[in-house]
Design a protein around this ligand. Structure first.
Ligand code: NAD
Length: 320
């Protein structure tokens, strides 16, 4: 039995408790930010309002604190959204924790000082001096995982043996792990697929979306290589795998469909999705300053088009 701490009681952090517990680990979850999730996790029946399911009885909930982070674990899992990464970086920076850390968060960060885009693992290492980071990404809708629908993910680490040890700790019959050493490629793909699923969603017919899908994959390959990932990673679970699920059923592609119909981002958000987080929008705002200045626009016309649509709140110009 291994001891696992999950930081982040949102949909994904909570869904991740199912395979971890099923694998006979001792699992504690903590929530540093949202009052709603704290209420869910500390309630008697542990009903999770985002997943619409009761979490396992064996799951332990503890209040977030430095003391909790200092306890001994075999694995610490970060399942916060991108906006929580600087927060947890600051919290962990001074604790000198040697425990393996597994990051589920998807996204990229623009570092204003160096004017570079960093992946989350690079950010935690370079800015917050946190070592021993592995990542887990792939096509996984939290609601489906919590209902034990078969899911395959990819665990990436510079140390492939560590990735395999983590895989052993968390995988079950319905939660299968593949492994990779290409941390950068996996992180880049799993982030930019949120933007490309918006683009694919803009297609107003299956024919149009298929065309956009193929062109999105070509741009994803270009960007993965640009950031020094392996282009084969784009064709794996973190790339086309995750792109498929996001384009077929996520909030990004839903927003894309409104953009494709001619709405501006602000109007579509206010009118149709006022309470939804659109991760692709957050990422677009984060990376636009870099992408629009530093990458040859002809190589990634769809990305450039979507970034301009969001940051300038203009109508999408992709022909669909
Ligand atoms: N790796 C995977 O298999 C996988 C699958 C699905 C989602 N995800 C990723 O997991 C992350 C969380 O997704 P989710 O669906 O659980 O989202 P969610 O909105 O349900 O939960 C977000 C979590 O981040 C916390 N948070 C938000 N803003 C914060 C801030 N400013 N400071 C500190 N904490 C903050 C929330 O309190 C909550 O714990 C996203 O990056 C998502 O892309 C990963």
């Amino acid at each position: 039995m291994k001891k696992i701490l999950i930081i982040g009681g949102g949909a994904m952090g909570s869904a991740f408790t199912f395979p971890c517990l099923e694998n006979n680990n001792s699992v504690t979850i903590t929530e540093p930010y949202s009052k709603v999730f704290i209420r869910n996790l500390s309630s008697k029946n542990k009903y999770h309002s985002a997943l619409k399911i009761n979490l396992p009885k064996k799951l332990k909930f503890k209040k977030f604190s430095d003391d909790l982070l200092r306890e001994k674990y075999d694995l610490i899992v970060i399942a916060l959204s991108l906006s929580g990464i600087d927060f947890i970086g600051k919290q962990l920076r001074n604790l000198n924790i040697k425990t393996p850390i597994l990051v589920l968060t998807k996204g990229l960060k623009y570092e204003k000082k160096t004017k570079k885009i960093l992946t989350i693992s690079e950010l935690l290492k370079k800015i917050y001096n946190i070592s021993n980071i592995s990542i887990l990404k792939g096509p996984c809708l939290a609601k489906e995982l919590a209902r034990k629908n078969q899911t395959s993910v990819i665990v990436a680490s510079k140390n492939i043996n560590l990735a395999r040890r983590i895989g052993k700790m968390i995988s079950t019959k319905y939660y299968l792990a593949e492994f990779s050493k290409d941390i950068i490629g996996v992180e880049v793909c799993s982030a930019i697929k949120n933007i490309y699923s918006m683009i694919i969603g803009a297609g107003q017919s299956l024919n149009a979306s298929s065309n956009l899908f193929q062109k999105s994959v070509m741009e994803m390959i270009y960007l993965t290589k640009f950031f020094k990932g392996n282009h084969e990673t784009t064709l794996g679970l973190a790339g086309v795998g995750d792109l498929y699920v996001s384009a077929a059923g996520g909030r990004n592609s839903k927003m894309g469909s409104f953009l494709g119909k001619g709405f501006t981002f602000k109007t579509a958000k206010k009118k149709f999705m006022p309470n939804d987080t659109v991760e692709g929008e957050q990422l677009a705002r984060e990376i636009a300053p870099f992408i629009l200045k530093r990458i040859e626009k002809k190589k990634i016309p769809l990305m450039v088009n979507l970034l301009k649509t969001i940051i300038s709140n203009k109508k999408l110009k992709i022909k669909v």
